[in-house]
Design a protein. Sequence first.
Length: 253
Amino acid sequence: MSEYLFWLSDDPFDRLKPLSPNKGRGVPRVDDRKVISGIIHVIRYGLRWRDAPACYGPHKTLYNRFVHRSRAAVFDRIFQALAAESTATKTVMIDSTHRGAHRTAASLLKGGAFSRQIGRTRGGLNSKLHAVCDGDGKPVVLLLTVGQVSDYCGADTVLDALPEAAVLIADKGYDSDRLREALAERGVKSCIPGRANRKEPIVYDTELYKSRNLIERLFGRLKDWRRIATRYDRCAHTFYSAICIAATVSFWL
């Protein structure tokens, strides 16, 4: 039904246009706004590409442009460029969430050059999305790993990508002496409760810690996108591109 169709309005499209490739392959291209709107529609509603409404153009065009730009990390760069505009990075929050893999994506890769970033946990085959958000609850760093990667290992990976911040807030899954020391070396104060098995209790700002609900709400909004709530993509780069698109549209446009 037409009321459920997604269309990029002028202002968001004008922001995306200078960040998107503008060269074709020598043949007339389907209108870029129409194609991008169609890609967003498919990801938001969890459709198969062949089920995309005809008003967006041929479904093969939507799929091909999405895959080509995913391989070229176009959607990653768009997200990073817009997220870099954040001015609310004095306090940042980090957390992670598991994304279950649908049967169409849930085969473990036994060989090849690229990992699918699908791992086996007690919850089955899944991937793990790590995110850092700013003080307004908008994502500024995203990372996709296999499901069994621990929270503090994920934090180690994104550490160099953290914006300049005074405080990092996280739950007890990030309670690691190594992470606390790494943050201190960068002049970042950690607001992280200690695990129950710590011999000495960790002192942290309990009032400031309450604002961690911002990143929980961030994940809630991303999970409203059906192709994010469940992973249908076999390739890690296409699933990560879908996440970047959802984060960009939901928070930065």
